[in-house]
Design a protein around this ligand. Structure first.
Ligand SMILES: *Cc1c(COP(=O)(O)O)cnc(C)c1O
Length: 407
């Protein structure tokens, strides 16, 4: 059987690795030696799973969306990561990494954040574990995700607006790495996605793999078999997708379909669809497909969704795309907005804009579906943080049919 898991050097095919400055070598090497024994230890598992259950509210439900199923001609199940404490899948990873940080004797936490969801998750677990927390966030994102900034501060984190580049996720990540370089021995860098140097992509994927672990027994309970025909998720750095597919990655019965941010379209210069248009390069310690110029300067990404506004994608997904194991399709801003309104009106669930990029693929691929096909789509987060964007774009969207009544 072919394995799409990481090899001993931290590579997924030609992607991944650990391209780090000398000063971080020992820190990353220590983590590489420590993370698997810690994650596999009984003590860690007991603590991690108890927190996932009692603090996060897991297992997250697997919900058969009947009206959406009817519309798209399949059996569509939604994996409800939006119902987690703090509103997205990010908390699964943040809890795992802070437990690892504590076991390694670290006393100081740094993190980067885009939409603010990972910053909030990290600030939350730092409050829980009484650890000082510094969150780096692009100044553009500080403005467009103001509520999350206030949440982080209320939780006790220090938030540092980053003024370089186009002041979004990539720039925040640069700054977090810079901080880490200055304090390598006492600081643990909690990365929010399956990006960064090995072992981060593998560590984050394992900490998110609870998603597919639950899908397995939940499907078995509901339909009598433990695998779907299709798995779907959105991809920014790739963590919710990695968790969704983890236990199915080598199971070729399961088709994998991922949505990345098309922005205004992959043929425009306003896009974040790095797998479609990227080329091989190194960013934040990992060899990935990257939006860059011919001489290797990063091309600033664009997406309506702050959580997908990153010029690359983690090495796991680059490899799945290159090998053809996963079908990766872009969903543009307008398609994602339409999908978010549709889910809201058909199922009463307001999804995060990021998650809407997975939902937006349904109209594009529905001709592949048979009515009996089981499709599991991960709703990575809830849409509260995106209400401003939704309201601002309401007018451009067709209103669903209404029987009248108050609006
Ligand atoms: C951060 C975020 C994403 C994108 O990150 P991945 O690592 O690709 O999962 C997607 N959805 C939500 C709700 C997020 O907060």
């Amino acid at each position: 059987m072919k394995s799409y898991q990481v090899d001993e050097n931290g590579f997924y095919g030609k992607f991944g690795g650990a391209y780090i400055p000398e000063i971080l070598y020992k820190t990353v090497e220590d983590l590489k030696k420590a993370y698997l024994p810690i994650i596999e230890s009984e003590e860690f598992q007991k603590e991690y799973r108890a927190l996932l259950r009692d603090y996060v509210g897991r297992p997250s439900p697997l919900y058969l969306a009947k009206r959406m199923s009817e519309k798209y001609g399949c059996q569509l199940y939604l994996k409800r990561e939006d119902l987690n404490h703090t509103g997205a899948h990010k908390i699964n990873n943040a809890i795992g990494q802070i437990l690892i940080a504590k076991k390694m004797g670290k006393t100081r936490i740094v993190a980067e954040t885009g939409a603010g969801q990972h910053g909030v998750a990290t600030a939350t677990v730092c409050a829980l574990m009484n650890m000082p927390c510094r969150v780096y966030m692009g100044a553009t994102d500080v403005e467009r995700q103001h509520v999350n900034v206030e949440r982080m501060k209320m939780l006790g984190a220090e938030v540092f607006p980053v003024q370089s580049g186009n002041k979004t996720l990539k720039d925040a990540t640069n700054e977090a790495i810079r901080d880490w370089c200055c304090h390598p021995s006492d600081t643990f860098y909690i990365i929010g996605s399956t990006v960064g140097p090995h072992p981060y992509p593998d560590m984050v994927a394992r900490l998110q793999s609870i998603i597919s672990e639950e899908i397995k027994w939940q499907l078995k309970e509901k339909i009598g078999r433990d695998y779907p025909d299709y798995l779907m998720a959105c991809v920014g750095g790739g963590s919710n997708a990695a968790g969704t597919i983890y236990h199915y990655i080598d199971d070729e019965r399961v088709k994998i379909i991922l949505g990345e941010a098309g922005g205004l379209g992959i043929d425009t210069d306003k896009t974040a669809a790095s797998m479609q248009i990227g080329t091989l390069g190194i960013l934040h310690g990992s060899r990935i497909k990257l939006m860059q110029t011919d001489d290797g300067q990063i091309v600033e990404p664009y997406s309506i969704s702050a959580g997908l506004d990153y010029p690359g994608t983690g090495p796991i997904h680059c490899n799945l795309y290159e090998t053809g194991r996963a079908q990766v399709l872009p969903a543009n801003d307008d398609e994602a907005l339409r999908a978010a309104f549709e889910l809201t009106r058909l199922e009463g669930i307001i999804p995060a804009l990021e998650s809407a990029h997975a939902l937006a693929l349904l109209p594009k691929i529905k001709d592949q579906f048979k009515p009996t096909d089981i499709v599991v789509l991960t709703v990575s987060g809830r849409g509260d943080k995106d209400l401003g964007t939704y309201l601002a774009n309401r007018g451009t969207l067709p209103d669903p049919p209404s029987e009248g009544g108050s609006k």
